[in-house]
Design a protein around this ligand. Structure first.
Ligand SMILES: *Cc1c(COP(=O)(O)O)cnc(C)c1O
Length: 398
């Protein structure tokens, strides 16, 4: 038995490896620098190019870039017409923004439970939480795996709900051969540095619906239009004239960020391939490790994995998740937990949400940790992570 670093043994590696890291090359820096030297650093042609490329890549008709993934979700809720008195069904196993976007609109997030094997929102639980006030579903492609899109689409159609896909983890993922981004009513992406491609802070929404597109567009530019066909008071006084026709926000992406995004999009397939290689190595390595449970995939999802989560089977280990996490840190493998169930946070607790709402998500939460996964990891890095997990699992095996 190897001595754990946490109790004085030699760590698996000398330098720390983190759970995620962006991959920025000289070409990305060049692309950005070019825009910074030019006339438009915001409201210029790169934003349009990024939107065109995103639409092309995902197969969606329209794309709107915005300042971050949270803004994307907010715009989607505005376009969906979410307002006071409405309910929006989402998952607790997500970043807070998936629920906050409903609150921004004065609506109430309702948490449906997750599938115990894929950790994605369970369509049966969505159905069980529908009321006459339900307006939309925000389904999160957790870790990058597509949700059960066909089942959720059918439920949304049956009850007249807007299907918003939170694909912050899932750019590059396909469902039944079609890209995530072309399937829900609106799909939201994030380009934060921990995500699969990045432009610093950034986000986007894709849609096939022209009416939703127009609303999304207005929501991210103050509700202001230069399009005469949308104006109430046209014919107008001159070409300087624009109108604010709704209440929107300034959620624009800058042009230098858009240049970085275009450059990163060009590498997405390469990133996906490397992420999938690492996921395969992990799956193989952990398949037979007592105490370690691997996330299941649905066959429809060709996943560009954002996070790799191991789940501890705490009945088979003599440690807590906290002890396992700390032991990994001592081996110089810095894990993270995705996520604390959203409604456990004080903000939601004070609104009356209580523990026990989603028993499956709460049970899964107790045992999960995210281990390093990013394209620049070397095979040696991957081997170190596997070594650390196996070493600690063997040490604490009951
Ligand atoms: C990162 C993330 C967001 C928010 O994106 P930002 O760009 O950080 O605002 C929303 N939903 C999920 C599931 C995320 O992981």
């Amino acid at each position: 038995m190897e001595q754990l670093a946490i109790s004085g043994g030699k760590p698996v590696r000398d330098n720390k490896i983190f759970y995620g890291r962006q991959c920025i090359g000289e070409d990305d820096i060049q692309a950005m620098a070019e825009v910074l030297r030019g006339p438009y650093i915001t409201c210029g042609p790169k934003v349009e190019e990024a939107e065109k490329k995103l639409a092309e890549y995902t197969g969606a008709k329209y794309a709107v870039t915005c300042s971050n993934g949270t803004a994307a979700l907010h715009c989607a809720c505005i376009a969906a017409g979410v307002g006071p008195g409405d309910e929006v069904i989402t998952t607790p196993m997500t970043f807070a923004a998936s629920a906050n976007c409903a609150v921004y609109c004065g609506a109430t997030p309702v948490f449906a439970d997750i599938d115990p094997e894929t950790y994605n929102i369970d369509p049966a639980s969505i159905r069980a939480h529908i009321t006459p006030r339900t307006k939309a579903v925000v389904a999160v492609d957790f870790t990058g795996q597509a949700v059960k899109i066909k089942e959720i689409r059918a439920i949304c159609d049956e009850f007249g709900l807007i299907f918003i896909e939170d694909a912050a983890h899932a750019i590059g993922t396909c469902y039944d051969g079609a890209h995530v981004g072309s399937l829900a009513d609106m799909t939201c992406f994030s380009f934060h540095p921990v995500k699969t491609i990045t432009c610093g802070e950034g986000g986007a929404i894709t849609t096939n619906n022209e009416d939703l597109y127009k609303k999304l567009y207005l929501a991210h530019v103050h509700g202001i239009t230069h399009d005469e066909s949308l104006m109430e008071d046209a014919p107008h006084e001159g070409i300087w004239y624009y109108e604010q026709i709704s209440l929107g926000f300034n959620y624009r992406m800058t042009d230098f960020q858009a240049a970085l995004l275009v450059s990163q999009l060009g590498k997405l397939e390469k990133f996906k391939k490397r992420r999938q290689e690492i996921v395969e190595k992990y799956n193989e390595a952990f398949a037979d490790v007592p105490g370690i449970i691997v996330q299941k995939e649905i066959p429809e999802s060709d996943t560009c994995r954002h996070l790799y989560i191991i789940r501890l089977d705490l009945d088979k280990l003599s440690c807590t998740r906290r002890q396992f996490f700390d032991a990994m840190s001592a081996e110089n493998v810095q894990c993270q937990i995705h996520y604390v169930p959203v409604y456990w946070f004080p903000f939601y607790r004070h609104k009356g949400y209580e523990k026990g709402l989603c028993p499956v998500a709460e049970e899964i939460y107790k045992g999960i940790l995210s281990i390093p996964l990013y394209p620049m990891m070397t095979d040696a890095d991957v081997a170190d992570v596997i070594h650390a997990v196996k070493k600690i699992a063997a040490y604490y095996r009951k």
